[in-house]
Design a binder for this molecule. Sequence first.
Ligand SMILES: C[S@@+](CC[C@H](N)C(=O)[O-])C[C@H]1O[C@@H](n2cnc3c(N)ncnc32)[C@H](O)[C@@H]1O
Length: 105
Amino acid sequence: MRLRRRSVEPTHEDGTVPEATSGGPRVGGGDEWVAEIITAVQPFTMTSAQRIYGLCLAVDHVARHQIPGAIVECGVWKGGSTMAAARTLDRMGDHERHIVLFDTF
Ligand SMILES: C[S@@+](CC[C@H](N)C(=O)[O-])C[C@H]1O[C@@H](n2cnc3c(N)ncnc32)[C@H](O)[C@@H]1O
């Protein structure tokens, strides 16, 4: 079983911070909303904070540019990644898009 990280900062397994940290939220630089989402969904996802960060930015881009289509996740586990996508859509006022989740359950 993989360990889940509690921090929003990207870290190595031993807790050290990688040299290139540009892939994580810039707390104090306008990414506080992403940090809040990461904190909220971490108990429900195996996905790293850095990847949830990327997911939120991608969904934000799709909503901001009104790119049509559903959000689909194949293999959701406890749903944390989709929660992050849904919270990002909600924040953008995008409430019409279909969200489809697949798993063996
Ligand atoms: C690594 S976990 C997914 C983690 C998830 N994306 C998250 O945010 O934590 C892989 C998931 O894929 C599901 N899965 C594996 N094989 C599958 C299949 N053939 N069809 C549907 N779901 C599958 C498992 O049940 C598990 O929930």
